[in-house]
Design a protein. Sequence first.
Length: 290
Amino acid sequence: MSLAMGGTALAQGTINSVGDGFSAGVGANGELYNPGDGTGFRRNGDGYDPISPGTPRDSWGIAVVGGGGAYGDQAFFGSSNIVGTTSVFSGAGALVTTTTSLGLTVEQDYSFVSGGNILRILTSVTNTGGDLGEVLFQRNVDWDIAPNETDERVTGPYGAFGAVVDSSYLGFEDPDPNTPYGFSCFAGCDATGDLGGGIKISLGSLAGGATARFVYYYGLSDAGQSTEDLIAEGQAAGARYLIAGASQGGENSAFIGVGAVVPEPGVWAMMILGFFGLGSMLRRRQTAAA
C-alpha cells in the first residue's frame, strides 16, 4: 500500500477504513494503539475494541540473536534502542519508519484489507550496517475481548508459516525477541484467562544492505461473525499462521497473524507476462536449434 500524496506527518494518529466501519490507532513507534484518542483496533458500529480496555498493550520488537534488541512498547515496557521514528498518515493508511541503534531500519505500512476488519502491516527490515547473523522479529498484543474483558479463550496455531519460531497466548510477553516466550502456543494451545497473542519469526541472516519483507495481520470480528469465519477471512487475506482469541460466549473475536509478502495484482500480471515472454524465447531457440 503506497500512501497518497499529501499525507500528514504526525507522531501518532488514527486511520479509518473506507466507509469508516473500522478504525486503527498507530502509536509513536508503530504500535497498534493511539493514546491520543484511545483507539486500538475498533469496530465503530458498536465500539468493540479488544486492545483499548485495561492496559492497551501492543508491541513490536527486533533483535540479532545473541546480540542487542530494539522495540516499541509505549504502554508497558516502553521503548529500547530506537534512534528515531517518522510517521506519515493518510486517511486510510500510515507509513511508520523507525531507525534503531542495531543498524536495522523497520518500516511498517498500515492498511485495511478485506471488509476493513483486517489490518495489514507490511513490514520491511533493512540492514543499514555490516553483515548480521540471524535476525528475529515479533509482535505481541494483549486482548480484552467484550463482553467479559478479562476472560478470553485463546487457541491456535491455525495454518503454518516456515519463518515462525514461536508463538504465545499471553498478552504481556517481553518485547525483546531474544527473550524466549514463557507461554508458548507453538505446539498448540487452548487457554482461558486474561490473555493475548504473540508471534515471533526468523528473518535469517541479513547481509549489509539487504531487506527482509513480511506481513503481520490483525483481525477483528464483524458483528455476528464467528471466530471460525474470521480465521478463514484472515487466511484468505494472506495470513498463513494465526493465533485467535474469543470471548467465552463467542460474541466477539480477534486474531494476530503473519504471512509472506504477496505481489499486488499488477505485479503478478507483469510476472506472468515475463514468464510468457521467457517461454516464447526458449521455444524460438529450440526451434532454431532443431
